[in-house]
Design a protein around this ligand. Structure first.
Ligand code: C2E
Ligand code: MG
Ligand code: MG
Ligand code: MG
Length: 290
């Protein structure tokens, strides 16, 4: 016994921390390269009106195909961008890409929504409002086309959050609280923020129809959102049972693989056009695409 076991464990832990730090550093430099070489693009997931079955908008989901041609999941690179201070640049890129992909369509479809995910760091200043202003001015989109999605973490600095929300509302841009139920927001906290949409996290939708007690939590969230007069968007709807459960309880909108995976903007635009045409014939048909 030349080396005590405790020392081994300590060394192993230190090595693991170093390895993680190195991976993090190399990810940060790859992200910078990615920005320079335009390796980012957006996948658009249709948002469905549960009553009509029509596609009424999209959520913009950032995608990164790195130098090796691999798709890196946002769950990996967004936290790294957040901790390294690169997130502002990424958000700006998202807004530019949405403008390119969707600007023309939005300008002629005032009732169509595009939801953009913001990080908590984006709310630390009102620069984000200027970025959205420029996007709207450049594309001819209406402020009413735009929804920003902010997770509960984004509302920790309440005063700042209120300031940004007020600036967005002054322009007619709406605000959604994303992944609701995964954080610690209380009812009174929600009430004190002037929000427009509540997105029910996928983990709650998953439990619908399984008989698990957690599915009762969904009913509570829905009741609460109704009381606060928040419109609701359910995330991750994968089957008809979940869609029916939500529709019956007055949840207005849903996204999920049942309707469509994230895809090109054109795909969602075509779903929306098809819906407009069927409405013109007064024959609303639920469209369950993809
Ligand atoms: P999110 O905003 O809650 O987005 C929903 C995630 O659920 C997306 O994952 C989407 O592809 C996935 N999803 C949609 N429908 C289904 C379904 O029916 N079943 C299952 N299993 N999954 C479904 P994605 O695209 O990997 O994004 C993950 C997270 O990364 C997002 O969660 C969001 O928090 C973050 N993110 C994505 N794009 C951006 C961005 O542009 N900016 C920021 N700050 N965060 C982003
Ligand atoms: Mg989102
Ligand atoms: Mg979400
Ligand atoms: Mg989620």
């Amino acid at each position: 016994r030349l080396v005590p076991a405790g020392l081994f464990a300590g060394l192993a832990a230190a090595a693991a921390v170093l390895l993680l730090a190195r991976q993090q550093l190399s990810l940060v430099s790859s992200l910078r390269v990615g920005l320079r070489r335009n390796q980012f693009f957006i996948a658009y997931q249709p948002m469905i009106d549960l009553r009509s079955g029509h596609c009424v908008g999209v959520e913009a989901l950032l995608r990164w195909r790195d130098g090796a041609g691999e798709l890196v999941p946002p769950e990996i690179f967004i936290p790294v961008a957040e901790s390294s201070g690169l997130i502002g640049k990424l958000t700006e890129r998202v807004i530019d890409l949405v403008c390119e992909d969707a600007g023309l369509f939005l300008a002629s479809h005032p009732g169509f929504h595009v939801a953009i995910n913001l990080s908590p760091a984006d709310l630390r200043s009102t620069a984000i409002v200027g970025m959205l202003d420029r996007m709207i001015a450049r594309s001819g989109a209406l402020p009413s086309n735009v929804i920003v999605e902010i997770t509960e973490r984004g509302f920790v600095d309440k005063e700042k959050a209120r300031e940004v929300i007020a600036a967005l509302h002054a322009r007619g841009i709406e605000v959604a609280i994303d992944d609701f139920g995964t954080g610690y927001s209380s009812l009174s906290y929600l009430e004190s923020l002037d929000l427009d949409f509540l997105k029910i996290d996928r983990s709650f939708i998953e439990s619908i129809g399984t008989g698990a007690p957690i599915s009762q939590v969904v009913s509570h969230i829905i009741g609460m959102a109704h009381n606060l007069e928040l419109r609701m968007i359910a995330e991750g709807v994968e089957n008809h049972e979940q869609a029916a459960f939500l529709r019956v309880r007055g949840v207005g909108y849903a996204q999920g693989w049942l309707f469509s995976h994230p895809a090109s903007f054109e795909h969602a635009a075509n779903l929306h056009r098809a819906a407009l045409e069927s409405r013109a014939r007064c024959l609303p048909q639920p469209t369950h695409a993809g």
